[in-house]
Design a protein around this ligand. Structure first.
Ligand code: PHE
Length: 351
């Protein structure tokens, strides 16, 4: 077959391809001309070996030209067939205006996030700025700077999740998941000069079993106020104002003496039990006590002030720290803290 015949072949192929009525006819044409086994062009290619050397270049060029033309014709017809198939499909469809729209699922803030924002907002109205701090903390800030050196019995109050120190496991600088937000008292005082009024919401960790009101990962909010003439009356007034804004004036608040190594004097705040209001001796929320401990507080210990370079005769202040989940339970009536973290939308969507 000479170059001229190849041109005829390509002409014939192009005409056949352009006339292919559907995808199957097109495929049949492709096999007929380009098919690997018996395609006309494949056969023609095999013949090149038998040609005299001086005829090979012209024949090869004609072969390439035929291949290119047939390939282009296949592409073109294929595209045209797909287009008309699509147009046919779309033309057959009608919009159903009676079909109900797909439900839009609107996201919302988790009740714990809502509670954190509410705490920040309320303390904001009392002049407190919201700041945040590290969840992974040095033993120094979590304990030592707060008057709780190694071996101090008060450490038992905070069952600790210790972390192996990625900075070379230096045993003299142990790190942990902070057991409370109080280390931020020290960090804030180290960085700032009084007057200070901050509230610090954040995640804390404790090595303890979970029950209806305790989780090993939970949130606290810490408050710190340092100034020249702050007293216990300011502490009490601030926390009462806070409690009234969260719960209204009906909720009863108990203010009792307590002990913390980093405050002196120290107190504990409890709210009356929202679940049983003190009437159920077997209440699973308050344990029959009628009260739910909500926060610890007190006047910042002079040793803590001295450690950050403050003169206790010039500056005093108060600190408080409470559980966010407790507040969220009180606000939402949730009977079990675990409901917040099971991520069951049927529960979470209520808020
Ligand atoms: N950090 C204490 C706790 O977790 C609470 C507290 C905060 C007490 C501030 C006094 C002052 O139990």
């Amino acid at each position: 077959m000479a170059g001229e015949d190849l041109k005829d072949l390509a002409d014939r192929a192009a005409a056949e391809i352009a006339a292919a009525a559907d995808e199957a006819a097109l495929e049949a044409a492709r096999v007929r001309y380009l098919g690997r086994k018996e395609g006309a062009l494949t056969e023609a290619t095999k013949r090149i070996a038998a040609l005299p050397p001086n005829e090979k270049p012209a024949y090869g060029a004609a072969l390439n030209d035929a291949k290119r033309r047939i390939g282009a014709a296949l592409d073109q017809r294929g595209a045209a067939l797909r287009e008309s198939a699509l147009a046919r499909d779309l033309g057959g469809e009608r919009e159903d205006m009676t079909l109900p729209p797909r439900r839009v699922r609107v996201g919302r803030l988790h009740p714990i996030t809502q509670t954190i924002r509410e705490v920040s907002r309320i303390f904001g109205t009392l002049g407190f700025e919201t700041v945040e701090g590290p969840e992974i903390e040095w033993d120094y800030y979590n304990f030592e700077a707060l008057n709780i050196p190694a071996g101090h019995p008060a450490r038992e109050k905070w069952d600790t999740l210790w972390i192996s120190n990625p900075l070379g496991d230096d045993p003299s600088r142990p790190i942990l998941g902070r057991t409370h937000t109080s280390p931020m008292q020290v960090r804030v005082m180290e960085k700032r000069k009084p007057p200070i009024r901050v509230v610090v919401p954040g995640r804390c960790y404790r090595y303890e079993a979970t029950d209806a009101i305790r989780e090993s990962i939970f949130f606290q909010y810490e408050g710190l106020a340092i100034d020249e003439k702050l007293t216990m009356a300011d502490l009490k007034g601030t926390l009462y104002a806070f409690a009234r804004q969260v719960f209204g004036s009906d909720r009863k608040i108990r203010f009792r003496i307590d002990y913390f190594p980093f405050t002196e004097p120290s107190a504990e705040i409890a709210f009356d039990c929202f679940a049983c209001e003190g009437r159920d001796p077997a209440c699973h929320v308050c344990g029959g006590d009628g009260w739910i401990e909500a926060a610890g507080c007190g006047m910042v210990h002079p040793d803590v002030l001295r450690r950050v370079g403050y003169d206790p005769s010039q500056y005093q202040g108060f600190a408080f720290g409470g559980g966010i989940e407790r507040l969220a339970m009180l606000r939402t009536g949730a009977p079990d803290i675990r409901l917040f973290y099971q991520n069951d939308l049927r529960y979470l969507e209520q808020f």
